[in-house]
Structures are given as C-alpha cells and as structure tokens.
Design a protein around this ligand. Structure first.
Ligand code: GAR
Length: 210
C-alpha cells in the first residue's frame, strides 16, 4: 500500500472520504499521518478516531513561510510518503516545498479550473452566472491553483442557488472525486512528467471527468 500523508486546515470531510475509502480497501493506500496547520481543526479528530497519527505544525509559531514549510516538510518526510494530499489545506506553499514534493503533491480545489482560482469560488461562480460548476484535483506546481488538472467533477448550478447550497452540491462530489484520483495514483496509473499528467503512460491533455 502506498504511504500517503494528508494535510488539512479545517473540517476534514475530504479527509474522511479518503479514510473511508482506504479502510474499505477501495483505494490501495495507507494513510500514514494527517498534519494540520491549525491546532483546532476538526479534521484532526476524524484522523484520531480512525487511529491515524496526527501532527500540528502551527504556522503562527514560525517567523515566515520558509521556516513553516521547512518544519512541515520535515514532519511529512519522516513518513516517506509516495503521495502528499492537500485536503482543505489553506496555506500557500513555498517553491522549495513544492519542488521537494513535485509529482507527488496533489490538491483539491472547489471550481472547474482554470475558472475561479483562489478563494470564495462558489460565490464568484454564482455572480458570474455560470450554469456548471464543480471541483478539480490537480498536481501542485508554483502557480496558485494552476498545476496540471487530473480530474474534475461537474455539478449543475440551479436557479436561486445560494453559495452554501452550491458548495454542498460540490462537496458531495468532491468526496467521490478525491478517492478516485488517489486510487489511480495508488495503483501507479497516474503520474506527472514534465508538467504533464500521464494516465497509463498516455498524456491527459483535457482533465478526466469523474
Ligand atoms: C473543500 O471544499 C476543498 O475543495 C476546499 O476546501 C474545502 C475543505 O473541506 N479547498 C480549497 O478551497 C483550497 N484552496 P473539508 O475540510 O471538509 O475537506
């Protein structure tokens, strides 16, 4: 089983989906550790309940991003993970960190990238009047939410949707999307080569659809 380290900042519903998928044997990975930058992240309790080792690397205790990322990297490296999964991890990572984990660092973002990079994606999607929204899983590079997209899940936008309603619709799909991608990576079918996603050795030039 591929050792995986998962990074969180908050609720951890995506973490939970990955815990459940790993536990049931649906994806061939072992969640070696969960790391949060926020001591009070509810997701930490989900990990503990599943018997997974947790760590807090509190960004407020470091003078700058470089020192925080060095501590985070050391914490992760101790587990020799084949994959590092950002699951609602809300810190921007330094180029050194991203380079160190290149090709084995993935993120889930609540929009159909390249649309709506950054924060408040659901509000912005509603304001833009799009008819379709969703979530994307991508390899992380030094462009914020700009790394090569692996797979997307689409949802319709309904008339009168509030940001919260739309967010809930997207999140339900995230919980299928992330295990699907982590599963592909775990089986060795997915990799990054020269900023290009390869599935079974073939380039994925438009994101896969869940
Ligand atoms: C998810 O919707 C994820 O897409 C988003 O945060 C949420 C975390 O929820 N990530 C980002 O916005 C990254 N910039 P969770 O803690 O319940 O998994």
């Amino acid at each position: 089983l591929l050792p995986v380290v998962i990074l969180i900042s908050g609720t951890g519903t995506n973490l939970q989906a990955l815990i459940d998928a790993a536990r049931s044997g649906a994806i061939p990975v072992r969640i070696a550790a969960v790391v949060s930058n926020r001591p009070e992240a509810p997701g930490l309790e989900r990990a503990r309940e599943a018997g997974i080792t947790t760590h807090v690397v509190d960004h407020t205790r470091y003078p700058d991003r470089e020192h925080f990322d060095q501590a985070l990297q050391a914490c992760i490296d101790a587990y020799r993970p084949g994959l590092v999964v950002l699951a609602g991890f809300m810190r921007i990572l330094t180029p050194g960190f991203v380079e160190h984990f290149a090709g084995r660092l993935i993120n889930i973002h609540p929009s159909l990238l390249p649309d709506f990079r950054g924060l408040k994606t659901h509000e912005r999607a509603l304001r833009a009047g799009v008819q379709e929204h969703g979530a994307s899983v991508h390899f992380v590079n030094n462009e914020l939410d700009g790394g090569p997209v692996i797979m997307q899940a689409r949802v319709p936008v309904h008339p009168g949707d509030t940001p919260a309603e739309l967010a809930a619709r997207v999140q339900t799909r995230e919980h299928e999307l992330y295990p699907a991608v982590v599963g592909l990576f775990g089986t060795g079918r997915l990799r990054l080569e020269q900023d290009r996603v390869l599935l079974d050795g073939r380039p994925v030039d438009t994101p896969l659809d869940l």
